[in-house]
Design a protein around this ligand. Structure first.
Ligand code: FAD
Length: 427
């Protein structure tokens, strides 16, 4: 079955848009008013109700999208009118400006989508032609190994809306296509605390749960409320809670069991006007020395994080990169002990489960790679974790450097490095 399925309850003006196996929009008439509810089924009887709705023998009749719209004259829940979807699919589109590495590669097909309906239409378009898909946000966490023989879907769904506000706590939902840093700045403008330590991370809101972005002691899972995603196979719109997302260190369900199956369209966060400031990580405290502690604000922490990041990380606008190319590896405690005996100054961070996290940047630097240059690309001279593109490199060449680094760290320390950056069309 393909979603949405539009229905009308026989003999009434009540219409329904079934969004997926566990979600529907119900639009009922109350006199001159139309009331719309976004119903998310969480129990078996609720799911059964949806099955009954889409079964052919019930009191619900299938209607077309335009008929649904004619009866329900509203556009809540981020939905555009079903009869106004116009896709602008382009061919052979250069992607260098769409990724922060800035490496040249062409998309066979490219489309930007600004709504769930456009996204569903794009999915149908690709399915009709049996095309592979590549979902693109800000392109700040991917290395393109070559031309992309697929439909590249650039998620450009925008909008920020307050879901609830009790005067202190705010739940705010943002479209997947919102720029992450702009969204963080907007929350701080409003006086909502929580995301300040995640300032200046490049990319989109929609990609932020993919790898549970984190920085300066905070990850998005700390403030995550829910996300909405569209299933690629049938267009179903589904809500995921934090638990369902299975967040881990730079990990989520969408990078593991459900990899390549969903496109995230909206993400909601729980923020707090009085949330405590987190200044214990990195040089934040030091950066804020000039402000007496009681006077410090979420904005001050954000400003400090921005200053630190600017001093440490290369700006993709000036030099191509995708931030940390490798994840910090986690090893068993016994393995960490063995390494510490040989390298007593090695940074190490014991984890709650007993394992120990190591600093990939330190391992790479000790293996002699910091500042390494191969004409068109290399390793950043201030941060060994960041691979950089000076111009003219291919994705394959950058990946060859990454592999050499992984091999050399394995030989020197016996530790396996894993890329944090998504390899598109390669490993
Ligand atoms: C200078 C620099 C610093 C960085 N610092 C950090 C940091 O401190 N912490 C951190 O965690 N990361 C950091 N990153 C990595 C990156 O910014 C994040 O991973 C970011 O969330 C990627 O967002 P994006 O929109 O650019 O994703 P993209 O690169 O466009 O996509 C990344 C992956 O997510 C998929 N994807 C994107 N959007 C969607 C969607 N809507 N639905 C489904 N799949 C989607 C893509 O297919 C791809 O597999 C840094 C990157 C740079 C360049």
């Amino acid at each position: 079955m393909k979603y949405p399925v539009y229905l009308q309850l026989s003999g009434t003006e009540n219409v329904y848009a079934v969004q997926g196996p566990d979600r529907f929009w119900e639009c009922t008439r109350m006199g001159a008013q139309t009331l719309c509810h976004d119903v998310i089924a969480t129990t078996w009887p609720e799911r059964q109700r949806i099955l009954d709705m889409v079964a052919d023998d019930g009191p619900w009749e299938r209607i077309s999208g335009p008929s649904f719209r004619a009866l329900w004259n509203g556009t809540p829940c981020g939905m555009t009118s079903p009869d106004t979807v116009a896709l602008d699919v382009r061919e052979h589109v250069e992607l260098a400006d769409h990724t922060t590495f800035g490496i040249s590669a062409k998309a066979r097909w490219f489309v930007a989508v600004t709504s769930v309906d456009e996204l569903r239409a794009a999915l149908d378009w690709a399915q009709e032609r049996s095309l592979e898909l590549l979902v693109l946000g800000g392109g700040s966490n991917m290395l393109l190994h070559g031309d992309v023989e697929a439909l590249v879907i650039h998620v450009h769904i925008q909008g920020v809306e307050v879901v609830s506000d009790d005067g202190r706590h705010v739940r705010v939902a943002a479209g997947a296509g919102e720029v992450w840093h702009d969204f963080v700045m907007r929350t701080l403008d409003e006086g909502w605390g929580g995301l300040e330590n995640l300032s200046l991370i490049p990319g989109s809101v929609g990609a932020s749960p993919m790898q549970n972005i984190g920085a300066y002691g905070v990850e998005i899972r700390d403030h995550f409320a829910w996300l909405d995603a569209v299933r690629i196979s049938d267009g179903a719109l589904q809500r995921f809670t934090a638990e369902q997302c299975q967040f881990g260190y730079r990990e989520s369900l969408f990078k593991r069991a459900e990899r390549g199956k969903w496109i995230l369209v909206q993400v909601a966060f729980d923020l707090d006007r009085k949330s405590p400031l987190r200044m214990g990580y990195g040089a934040i405290e030091q950066e804020l020395q000039h402000i007496p502690e009681p006077n410090r604000t979420h904005r001050d922490v954000s400003d400090a994080v921005i200053r630190i990041r600017r001093s440490k990380l290369p700006d993709p606008a000036e030099i191509g990169n995708a931030g940390s190319f490798f994840k910090n590896p986690t090893v068993a405690a016994s393995e960490a002990e063995r390494l510490l005996a040989a390298h007593p100054t090695m940074p190490n961070y014991p984890q709650p489960g007993g394992d120990v996290k190591l600093a990939a940047g330190w391992l790479i630097e000790q293996a002699g790679w910091k500042g390494h240059r191969r004409e068109t690309h290399g390793v950043h001279d201030r941060q060994a974790l960041v691979l950089v593109h000076f111009g003219g490199a291919t994705g394959k060449e950058v990946w060859a450097l990454a592999q050499d680094i992984m091999k050399s760290v394995k030989e020197k320390f016996g530790v396996d490095l894993e890329p944090e950056v998504n390899q598109i069309g390669g490993a």
